[in-house]
Design a protein around this ligand. Structure first.
Ligand code: OXD
Ligand code: MN
Length: 649
């Protein structure tokens, strides 16, 4: 293995202009490090410089430039199998199960940072002695130090994979390109599912255009001792860094998807939102779906829900109402931009679904169940003795002669074992094109026209099934005040109600106050093109009665709510005004043939005491978390809400 050719200070790694190239061993070496796969001749000077810098910093054993082919994918799966990282699932076609180190199972929000020259560029200034919850800032100096303490030599003895990828269809004007350098074959295989990856993307970069630089290593603990060789990681020193000024992402210590598949949360949301602000569009944590009504009229809707609130289920909804059709564009991320006529158009920048497995079943999401049993990488689900998978929600697939092994590899007995069989944040990583209801335009380079934006969350009390915002500005207030029960997708514990504005709390790439200002500008951008922005709604499928029972059946029945939203998009006067927004007027929500009786009055009640408290909580949240960064328009909306609910100071 070659010695380090020159010692690279992290400063030069982060700040160099990436224009240098080396001619050392042009076709099979980069800076003296052997290239085991891929032609170096196709690398643009910028790509080559990025690889060179990473190689010198991380000192891998060899370099593999990914071409994205089936041959390569199969070779990497075999390698992961031989290393014990994945096992085959012979019950299905080309499906595999990975078990992570139990310390590496979720996104690590507390170790995720945005690096800008000034703190206030990244995060709002929280009130003194209050912990800021809207992201973490790191200075340039500290980011360099964090890298220097972790990266030098971190890939010794490992292969460095170079993964060129496109977020969005290759070549679309709405798409963006990145290169992820990683020492994890699991990451490469997952990136092949979740992004358009490989040679076609490298070819696009041959004109030496720019790309988002993503550097990832699973790391090695400072002790040098890797607990679980099949899943190397360094949980103690895990860190995820984003530098918007130079479009750089650096992730160390975790192989888990949200921390390691850098095209997803890191690029498409955090760096994406900073690019979107600069360029005048929106990068959001939203699903996109198309609905066709019985008359054949089709509309597209984008919807933001916090992690693990049923985004994938809604994106693949099987409508209970006859004559309706729902088609899926994406289940997690939307990039939305106005066209020249002022129509907001959206693409799903991803190529696959990285969905939460537990809770997914033939009852809750039959379309997901038809998607995921071929060409899928499962992570941390349980396995069955007949070569299949199992998780909470799949109870009716078990029979007496099948035994279950839990996500930790231990025998698991239904009704007896006290711990869940699958980790609550276990995942399927599966190609989007396999979804039986994938929209025919899901890869349209122009995106699809968005007619409505939905916000929502898990609100067991006080919040009605659906309401419509009075205006764009009021809708932004509704997004800014979103709250939901905590999720297993990150490191939070318990079922506390957390603020999660725009479902973006863990994913803002810049100060939330500036983010709100940017959203406010989107109305004028539409108006300038002679158009209006989409209507905004809030939905809550999770309201409970006094006995803790859900008031609304949810899932396929949610089409009834979407039907009302479609009517409102067409300006039908099927609403009544309440202090918090417009709700369906009497009998305008279709409840015909619902299987169980619904207490509509309770479902839509707007208890004054609850909303007075909600207004207080919102005020406290804004004061403590956003302070002087809160746009005056949003403070005004809070005052208006208070007046409407009859608040007296
Ligand atoms: C996800 C998340 O994985 O939001 O999509 O955490
Ligand atoms: Mn998500």
């Amino acid at each position: 293995m070659p010695e380090l050719i020159e010692k690279v200070a992290p400063t030069s790694y982060m700040t160099s202009k990436c224009t240098t190239t080396s001619n050392v061993g042009l076709y099979n070496h980069i800076r003296g490090f052997p290239v085991s796969n891929g032609e170096t001749g196709v690398l643009s000077p910028k790509v080559r410089a990025f690889i060179e810098q990473s190689v010198m910093l991380c000192q891998p054993e060899q370099i593999h430039i990914c071409d994205g082919s089936n041959r390569e994918y199969n070779m990497l799966l075999r390698l992961l199998y031989s290393q014990g990282t994945i096992t085959p699932l012979p019950k299905y076609e080309n499906c595999w199960l990975a078990r992570t180190n139990p310390a590496d199972v979720a996104r690590v929000e507390s170790k995720t940072f945005i690096c800008t020259p000034h703190r206030e560029d990244s995060i709002p200034t929280a009130k003194e002695n209050v912990e800021g919850k809207l992201g973490n800032w790191i200075s340039e100096k500290d980011m360099e130090a964090a890298m220097f303490n972790r990266f030098p030599g971190c890939m010794r003895g490992r292969t460095m994979y170079v993964v060129p990828f496109s977020m969005g269809p290759v070549g679309s004007s709405l798409s963006k390109i990145g290169i992820e350098i990683t020492d994890s074959a699991y990451v490469v295989c997952s990136m092949r599912i979740m992004t358009r990856m490989g040679r076609a993307v490298l070819n696009l970069l041959r004109d030496n255009s720019d790309f988002v630089r993503c550097l990832h290593s699973v790391g090695t603990p400072a002790s040098g001792k890797i607990e679980q060789p099949s899943w190397p990681c360094d949980p103690e020193r895990t860190i995820i860094l984003h530098k918007p000024a130079s479009n750089e992402i650096v992730s160390y210590g975790s192989g888990y998807g949200g921390n390691s598949l850098l095209g997803k949360k890191c690029f498409a949301l955090r760096i994406g939102s900073t690019i979107a602000k600069k360029e005048g569009w929106l990068a959001e944590h939203m699903l996109i779906l198309g609905i066709t009504n019985p008359e054949g009229e089709k509309r597209y809707i984008a919807a933001a829900f916090p992690s693990a609130c049923g985004k994938t289920n809604l994106a693949m909804l099987t409508p209970s109402l006859p004559g309706y059709k729902v088609e899926c564009i994406g289940d997690d991320i939307a990039w939305m931009k106005y066209d020249e006529k002022g129509q907001l158009r959206a693409i799903n920048p991803e190529n696959g679904f990285f969905g939460v497995a537990p809770g997914t079943s033939d009852q809750t999401n039959p379309n997901a169940m038809k998607t995921i049993f071929k060409n899928t990488l499962f992570t941390n689900v349980a396995s069955t003795s007949d070569g299949g998978v199992y998780w909470e929600g799949m109870e009716n697939t078990l029979t007496d002669n099948i035994s279950v092994t839990d996500w930790l590899g231990k025998p698991w007995i239904p009704g007896v074992s006290k711990t869940p069989a699958a980790h609550p944040n276990s995942r399927f990583c599966t190609p989007a094109e396999q979804c039986p209801i994938i929209d025919k335009d899901w890869e349209s380079p122009d995106g699809v026209p968005i007619s409505a934006i939905l916000f929502g969350g898990r609100r067991p009390a006080g919040v009605p099934l659906v309401y419509e915002a009075f205006s764009w500005q009021h809708g932004i207030f509704v997004g800014a005040t979103m709250r939901s029960e905590a999720t297993a997708a990150a490191e939070h514990k318990g079922k506390i109600i957390m603020n999660d504005p725009f479902a973006m709390r863990p994913f803002f790439g810049y100060n939330f106050g500036s983010y709100l200002k940017h959203w406010l500008t989107m109305e004028a951008r539409a108006n300038a093109r002679g158009a209006q922005p989409p209507k905004i709604f809030h939905v809550n499928w999770f309201r409970k009665d006094a006995n803790g029972k859900f008031l609304w059946p949810g899932y396929g029945e949610n089409i009834r709510v979407l039907e009302w939203i479609l009517k409102r998009i067409n300006n039908e006067p099927c609403y009544e005004k309440t202090p918090i927004g417009y709700i369906p007027s009497e009998n305008s929500l279709n409840t015909a043939q619902l299987k169980k009786d619904i207490n509509i009055d309770e479902l839509f009640s707007i208890p004054k005491v609850f909303w007075l408290k909600e207004a207080d909580d919102i005020k406290q949240y804004f004061d403590e978390q956003v302070g002087g960064d809160l746009p005056a328009e949003i403070a005004h909306e809070l005052n208006e809400l208070k007046k409407r609910i009859g608040y007296s100071e």
